[in-house]
Design a protein around this ligand. Structure first.
Ligand code: SF4
Length: 209
């Protein structure tokens, strides 16, 4: 059993009728006071994540509110991150036993080996593209991109944005922030989305008469 409690209301260990009782207001039990009879009380230091700001910055990995690295899904994709090719394991994800850490490390190694052994990487076809004629390098798309997929390049003495296809996830947050309408997602260009809307309207139009 695992009980969460508020920092201001730590559990108490009391002795009643010669028995140890742990009293705790369980956060997940509607703050109800629980009394748990125990034979032995063992105090351990809570595990906290290392301050990894530099690594987080380089790898662009999301961390949870507890400061540990976040996997995509704890059960379905337990060692994968939103950054392709970056895997996490062990206590970087949260407190784990030695056996759990070894198991997740082996899973991460297997995932990495599968990528490397394949010999090539499939890129997402739906990535952003920049129109070099319209772009004036205002930096807004680079600021908006959570994956660091946009860099500044100089083409014919003009500074413009360039999308790094291997980092782009096609999330599209760069599109609405561009004041010049210079950036679009392949497969979801303005013209294509407009054509889809027109087709939908045409399809759902009620015939008159
Ligand atoms: S937001 Fe638009 S204009 Fe600004 S750098 Fe990006 S693509 Fe260029």
């Amino acid at each position: 059993m695992f009980f969460r409690f508020e920092d201001e209301q730590p559990p108490e260990v009391v002795v009643e009728e010669g028995r140890y009782l742990v009293k705790v207001n369980g956060q997940l039990d509607g703050d109800e006071e629980l009394e748990i009879p125990v034979d032995l009380v063992v105090l351990v230091t809570g595990m906290v994540p290392r301050h990894n700001d530099q690594l987080i910055d380089v790898l662009k990995l999301p961390v949870g509110t507890d400061g540990f690295f976040n996997e995509i899904h704890p059960k379905l994709r337990p060692v994968e991150t939103v950054m392709d090719g970056v895997f996490i394991s062990g206590a970087s994800q949260g407190p784990k036993t030695l056996a759990e850490s070894v198991a997740s490390s082996l899973a991460a190694v297997a995932k990495s080996a599968a990528l490397v052994k394949k010999g090539y990487v499939d890129l997402d076809p739906y990535v952003a593209t920049v129109n070099p004629d319209l772009c004036l390098w205002c930096d807004k798309c680079q600021e908006a991109c959570p994956y660091g997929a946009i860099e500044k390049v100089t083409v014919a003495d003009k500074e413009i944005a360039h999308v790094i296809p291997s980092l782009c996830k096609g999330g599209g947050v760069c599109v609405p922030v561009c004041p010049e309408d210079a950036i679009e997602i392949t497969g979801y260009t303005d013209a294509e989305v407009k054509a889809m809307i027109d087709a939908l309207i045409k399809e759902s139009a009620v015939p008159v008469g």
